[in-house]
Ligand binder design. Structure first.
Ligand SMILES: [Zn+2]
Length: 54
């Protein structure tokens, strides 16, 4: 890890204290490894199987 990478992580963590990332579906605060939607919303989301259709 470089010092620039560590600095970017620190800045991101400080920014998340002021403006936390929230789930687009339910508004809960997202964990570090979650994207736009929290894990609970992803789990409860219905499956469409669009990827299997041709
Ligand atoms: Zn959610």
């Amino acid at each position: 890890m470089s010092i620039f990478y560590d600095s970017a992580l620190v800045l991101r963590d400080i920014a998340s204290l002021i403006l936390p990332r929230t789930c687009l579906a339910c508004g809960r605060t997202l964990l570090e490894n979650e994207g736009c939607v929290c894990l609970a919303c992803r789990y409860n989301m219905p499956l469409t199987d669009f990827a299997k259709r041709r």
